[in-house]
Design a protein around this ligand. Sequence first.
Ligand SMILES: [Zn+2]
Ligand SMILES: [Zn+2]
Length: 300
Amino acid sequence: MSARGVVDRLVLLGSKGGPALRPGGPWPSSSLLEIGGRAIVVDCGLGVTRGLVDAGVSLKALDLVFITHLHSDHVLELGPLIHTAWTAGLATPVTVYGPPGTGHHWQRFCQAMEFDIEIRIVDEGRPDIRGLVSVEEFGEGSVLDEGGLNVRALRVDHPPVTDCFALRFEHGGRSVVFSADTAFFPPLAGFAGGADMLVHEAMLAEGVERLIARTGNGARLREHLLASHSLAEEAGRIASDAGVKRLVLNHLIPADDPAVGETDWTAAVRKTWAGDLTIARDGLVVGLSGHKAVSGEETA
Ligand SMILES: [Zn+2]
Ligand SMILES: [Zn+2]
């Protein structure tokens, strides 16, 4: 998507960690990054299509999507997003960058939707969606270097998933890093070094205990969360070591506990991070540093 004339910004479309939905609560993981005139979708959790439309994005201009890993809260709506863009008039190429397995995922989605795809090609004269989309599977290192946009990947620590990648986007001296899902991973500080913004996943220890009590999948869930995700204090440690200009806490666990609010997140992260801070919520717009604040922007 072209975002020419638009100030560089990050829009947090879905800010919760994990796939569960609760009444009135936030959506799973997806973001829109507008940088250097490009509009880039990062992760496609449930709700990404709704979020993009609400952010004012024209779906038929979709052209660049990145997936950090294939957990459902990051990929479940990849196919539905592209398909909805297609029925909205998409007729230009889309490239999806994702870990190994992304191509298989997309092909199987198209198979599942074969009836609808074939009938719309004939009935509505649409181009074949299977010819519009190319999937580029990446590993660690350089992912994309095109038209001034540079993207690099770092394998992070998200067991049992091995192909989970932090992403660093750079354009015209501006840089934004997404941690993806990861346990505390010190090499991320080097990878994020000096970035304008680090979007890091975060858990709140006391909230996790209440979440475990509520979901009734106790020991197993606690084990997974602690082995595979970062506490807010750990995200702050990475941001401090990296010397980033702003830390955005995202992929929040818990994200929908009425007993947990921004003050709790702030209190936890302030133990390790003294710089500019944003606590994510759905639809929040964060301007990149050096630019004037954009409409709807809120920071803390
Ligand atoms: Zn996740
Ligand atoms: Zn994950």
